[in-house]
Design a protein around this ligand. Sequence first.
Ligand code: PDD
Length: 276
Amino acid sequence: EYVMFNGEIVERKAAAVDIEDRGYQFGDGIYEVIRIYNGLMFTAEEHLQRLDESAASIGIEIPYAREDLQIKLESLIAHNGVRFGTVYLQFTRGNAPRKHPFPVGAAPTFVAYTREAGRPEEKLQSGVKTILIEDIRWLRCDIKSLNLLGNLLANQKAAEAGCDEAIQHRDGKVTEGSHSNVSIVKGGTVITHPANNYILNGISRRVMLEICRKEGIPVEERVFSVAELEAADEVFLTGTTIEVMPVIEHDGRTVGNGVPGAVTRKLQQEFRTEIE
Ligand code: PDD
């Protein structure tokens, strides 16, 4: 099994991260997950652009140009012969004696690895269940940071409730899932949280919005309430691994007719043509 460690393709066991790596100790780093379809990365430019933005917002300097990083990831995917799956990449601030201020002169630690995985066909067909949960995370959810404890606690609650995802809210305003964006459909209009500091601006969310514009589906990027979520005709999630995922049950109550709705189906269909 081969992975990328500081830019080189090495055997997984040769990738040795120091115990004082700041990613390990502080979650002081950033990451991306990119989907691989047919051996090719989907929306790689957008993911690598967002990685740069995350890095810039916490002052980590990525030591590669975006095109070089993309070529490195492509070489890893080719080396591992991955046709369908994901590539995970992360940069931490590097290793240095454990002190809170940013270390001077530490080089970022870069790891990337691939995983084979098919599309979640069954769930894309059937839809998933969600629960509502309070969003207790920090106020820079736009940064794709390694600090995922808030997201993990949210998702664990969902898992314990037998659900796939937790839909988070702040003071009755829906933000996003633990690892996905949330949209609702009301009267044929797609409504989704605006891209600000309260959510990660998902790449799949952007693909979905682009499809809406192309297909003439009305869209409102605005804050919506828990009451609107509960009264929605359709609810769906977007994310790199789940694409456009219908929600058929929320907090133990049926969404719409309890089957994926027409707008969600249309978006799924168009999403599929984007990746083929
Ligand atoms: N999660 N919101 C959060 C909090 C996320 O972690 C993710 C992605 C998304 C959707 O973003 P995108 O469409 O760019 O994947 C929204 C990744 C896949 C993860 O942590 O596994």
